[in-house]
Design a protein around this ligand. Structure first.
Ligand code: ADP
Ligand code: MG
Length: 353
């Protein structure tokens, strides 16, 4: 059974409805990301769960209890914000103890809990420091310890990594996920960074314009996106104009070839225009497998990205990106040359809406 239930949440500020019919069941111990561009309503959803905003309509349940109108401190929720929300005039230990003090946890128990939390975040010896004496990454770890110290039922993280340097961001992703798993705490993580969401989450909710566009695990969101928006937002995409040949049998025509989709039928009339897409890594130079579709392409540009080389191609007038591993035994084709590229029908993504 779900531990956290959001049922048909709606939030309007005046005439502006910023969260629309948002429903989500979060299992106990699950790590969910809300992923979407700035302004799509992620923080508003989080603030409703925390109790800082009241839904215009809809219901929030935690552990089977209706908390839609409960005060924030009655919900037993821990929250971490984007950055620098520590109390500057308190030491690290005092910051972490803050929620315990409010709860009236006895001093000796609070001291032990603070030590336990500082150990959990890998900063056991920094309790006496002040926030200005810490790096940004250390400050966010302390913010996490402060949120976790009162042993909340739900952890809410609102873009906690977005103010940090790229390297720290990646290492903190892993740390947060490890701590979350170790504690088994039900977590909602807000981000506009698709890589963060894909690498950390059990499931992702892709949001756009206040609506949950798609909910799924990282594989489903990346490899089986259902809408144009989801497909574009979670990675690089090559889109081709295609046509339905036989909707029932799932046969389409693309770049002059007839292709049978492996997932079968389509809700499309004969000759209906379709948008189909391929990820850059689904395309390869030459034939990859027996059922590959092969197309001629002109190399327009070659980008070295390290382990990966991205070729910018022109395929019958369509600009296409192809990712190939950088191999020491085979230098990539040069700009201006003509190549043959291949892809498997199973990698085609048909986009609706
Ligand atoms: P995100 O976190 O995805 O960037 P937000 O939830 O912060 O998006 O905001 C969604 C929309 O709601 C934005 O257009 C924002 O301007 C608006 N909004 C958020 N809070 C308020 C408020 N208190 N009053 C009026 N409009 C608000
Ligand atoms: Mg926000």
């Amino acid at each position: 059974m779900a531990f956290l239930e959001l049922k048909n949440l709606q939030k309007s500020f005046g005439l502006n409805t910023v969260v629309k019919d948002f429903s989500l069941s979060v299992g106990a111990g699950e790590f969910i990301s809300l992923l979407g561009p700035s302004g799509c309503g992620k923080t508003t959803v989080l603030r409703m769960v925390a109790g800082f905003e009241t839904p215009t309509t809809g219901v929030i349940e935690i552990g089977g209890q209706n908390v839609t109108y409960a005060k924030p401190n009655a919900r037993n929720i821990g929250m971490v914000f984007q950055a620098y929300a520590l109390f500057p005039n308190m030491t690290v230990a005092q910051n972490v103890a803050f929620g315990l003090k409010i709860k009236g946890v006895p001093r000796s128990e609070a001291d032990a809990r603070v030590a336990e939390m500082l150990k959990l975040i890998g900063l056991p010896d920094l309790g006496g420091r002040y926030p200005f004496q810490l790096s940004g990454g250390q400050q966010q770890r302390v913010a996490l310890a402060r949120a976790l110290a009162p042993r909340p039922n739900v952890l809410l993280l609102d873009e906690p990594l977005s103010a940090l340097d790229a390297k720290i961001r990646v290492s903190l992703r892993n740390e947060i996920r490890e701590i979350q798993k170790e504690l088994g705490i039900t977590t909602i993580f807000v981000t506009h960074d698709q890589e963060e969401a894909l690498s950390m989450s059990d499931r992702i909710v892709v949001m756009y314009g206040g609506v949950a566009e798609q909910v799924g695990n990282p594989f489903e969101i990346y490899s089986r996106p259902r809408t144009q928006f989801v497909a574009n937002f979670v990675g690089t995409l090559n889109t081709f104009e295609a046509k339905a040949v036989d909707g029932e049998k799932g046969v389409i025509s693309l770049a002059g070839r007839q292709i049978a989709l492996t997932e079968g039928g389509l809700a499309a009339r004969k000759d209906e225009a379709l948008s189909v897409a391929l990820r850059p890594e689904a395309l390869h130079l030459g034939r990859g497998s027996d059922d590959d579709i092969l197309l001629p392409a002109e190399v327009e540009d070659v980008h070295f990205m390290g382990a990966i080389i991205r070729l910018k191609l022109n395929v019958a007038g369509t600009k296409v990106s192809l990712d190939t591993f950088n191999r020491s035994d085979a230098p990539p084709p040069s700009a201006g040359s003509t190549v043959e590229i291949g892809f498997a029908p199973r990698d085609l993504i048909v986009l609706q809406g």
